[in-house]
Write a protein that binds this ligand. Structure first.
Ligand code: ZN
Ligand code: ZN
Length: 345
């Protein structure tokens, strides 16, 4: 393969260095994509600020969209052959397909999982992240074609935020006529509010300390509450997306008879909480967790974004676009950024 890729290699802190590398020749099952946009996920902000450990140096970024340059037998989630020129999004996880979790359909917990934007630049997968001109998609990484109607910044959010919400909602079960609590109104929370209403929830109660984010949720049709002063009342389903122990407690305590709490925000140690097993048993209540997602959830994410169209307030959600030389400053800003900043390289 002739030509070079330009990658923003993270050197620790908010230090990024532009490095030119030869375009890789895709191995069996691999696909090379020219990225047309990336979005900055909150977890990268945690990595750069030192709150989340990550390999360094590395190319960060795991939400992106781009055009297939070349493929060596790559397949989309629906089984079609990947075709050069197709606009695609891709999964965060690269899974083996043969380990015990993979064989029983829980590829999200593959024992040898590798993740886009989480691999060392010095490993066998230097172009793993989306803060680059190109990404190499590995065999065992989900690929979904993107419909024309989705703009790049919107499509990019499918790969982490929206697909994860699809996995969370699958775990939550039937939502028609249900009263649903969504705690934590980052990108996942806002998508969860919209998706729960789309799936027929009778009422969505959305909680977040940030007034602007509450107002986004209210605009979608949710009842928005401030956790410090308001109580959500009894709900059938609660979705915990903040990871804050107080949020986890609220999501569990709000569960009515037969209720289900899906926890997805708790991805770092934050202490334990107490649950009364008798209350759980006598109330037929379910507590469950979701981490990563399955390939079908990426397809559902793209379908959801296509169906919803402008049902989400994208001009209030997306910031930017910024260029490569603005990424370091993006991580240093001290205002509260919009839910996603778009990077175009
Ligand atoms: Zn993410
Ligand atoms: Zn596996």
């Amino acid at each position: 393969m002739n030509g070079t890729a330009s990658a923003l290699v993270w050197r620790g802190g908010s230090s990024f260095e532009t490095v030119e590398v030869d375009l890789p020749q895709p191995g069996p099952g691999e696909t090379l994509v020219r990225l047309t946009a990336a979005t900055v996920c909150g977890s990268d902000r945690h990595t750069v600020s030192g709150r989340r450990p990550a390999p360094c140096p590395s190319v960060l970024g795991h939400e992106g969209v781009g055009t297939v340059v070349t493929t060596n037998g790559g397949r989309t989630v629906d089984g079609a052959a990947v075709v050069p020129g197709t606009r695609v999004v891709f999964g965060v996880t690269r899974t083996c397909g043969t380990c015990e979790p993979c064989r029983r359909g829980l590829t999200a917990k593959c024992t040898s999982v590798q993740k886009a934007g989480h691999e060392s630049f010095d490993s066998d997968w230097p172009l793993s992240g989306t803060y680059a001109s190109h990404i190499l998609l590995r065999d065992g990484q989900a690929i979904v074609a993107v419909p024309e109607s989705l703009q790049d910044g919107v499509a990019a959010t499918a790969g982490c935020a929206v697909a994860t919400v699809m996995a969370v909602l699958e775990r939550a079960g039937e939502l028609t006529g249900r009263r649903v609590l969504v705690n934590g109104l980052g990108m996942l929370g806002i998508v969860a509010v919209a998706a729960a209403l789309q799936r027929g929830a009778a009422e969505v109660v959305a909680m977040d300390p940030n007034a602007e984010r509450r107002s986004l949720a209210r605009g979608l049709g949710a009842t928005a509450l401030a956790p410090a002063t308001d109580r959500p009342g009894t709900v059938d389903v609660s979705l915990e997306l903040s990871g804050a122990p107080a949020g986890v407690r609220s999501c569990i305590e709000a569960l009515g008879i037969g209720g289900t709490a899906v926890l997805a925000g708790s991805v770092a140690p934050a202490g334990t909480i107490e649950v009364d097993p008798e209350w759980l048993v006598r109330g037929w209540r379910t507590l469950t967790g979701v981490h990563n997602y399955e390939p079908r959830h990426l397809q559902q994410a793209v379908d959801f974004l296509e169906d919803l169209g402008d049902g989400l307030p994208w001009t209030d959600i997306l910031d930017g676009p910024i260029a490569a030389d603005e990424l370091a400053a993006e991580f240093l800003r001290d205002d509260v950024p919009r839910l996603r900043t778009v990077l175009i390289m």
